[in-house]
Write a protein that binds this ligand. Structure first.
Ligand code: HEC
Length: 155
């Protein structure tokens, strides 16, 4: 403490803390964004597969159950996909709109509607009834759009 005063030590410590914080922030949002984009793609693939089977009149219980399980698994993860700081300000390509963080209640309602529709699709899949599954699948599709319209940038 003879050469460096108390203030200097504090300042050095703060620079170290801030530096570490900035480094962590620079990495984390990009990783979160990548995870959610992958998850969304997977959702798209599962939904398309059920939709294609419906169109072809080829829905099977086994396939629908497996895919709706996957969709529900992803639905439980979505709550962690949009932490603050993972919008355009993260500096990586993302279609997530600021409205997600500006209108948290609306965003949560859209996420909840999706989770609810996904749970119903699971129940429908278990019945093995093609028409029931197709109808529940369409409802899930609506819930995707219910979030994309207000919260995802169109390209
Ligand atoms: C609660 C909001 C919400 C719900 C529900 C939702 N999405 Fe998304 N989705 C988003 C947002 C926001 C993005 C943009 C993410 C980004 O770019 O960081 C996105 C991106 C996507 C993408 C593009 C991924 C990429 O970057 O390549 C696909 C595909 C997609 N969603 C499919 C779906 C499907 C299918 C469903 C329904 C089964 C669904 N989403 C439900 C909010 C949602």
């Amino acid at each position: 403490m003879s050469i460096l005063g108390r203030g200097s030590v504090f300042a050095i410590a703060m620079v170290a803390v801030l530096g570490a914080g900035i480094a962590a922030m620079a990495q984390q949002p990009a990783a979160v964004i990548e995870t959610r984009q992958k998850g969304m793609k997977e959702l798209g693939a599962q939904m398309k597969a059920i939709g294609d089977a419906a169109k072809a009149g080829a829905i099977t219980k086994e396939d629908a159950v497996a895919r709706s399980r996957k969709i529900n698994e992803i639905a439980t993860q979505t709550a962690t996909w949009f932490p603050a700081g993972t919008g355009a300000e993260a500096g990586v390509k993302t279609a997530a709109l600021a409205a997600i963080w500006e209108k948290p209640a609306e965003y949560k309602a859209a996420a909840d509607a999706f989770a609810e529709a996904a749970a119903k699709l699971q129940v429908a899949a278990e019945t093995g009834n093609a028409a029931t599954i197709a109808a529940a699948h369409a409802e899930v599709g609506k819930s995707c759009g219910g979030c994309h319209r207000p919260f995802r940038q169109r390209n």
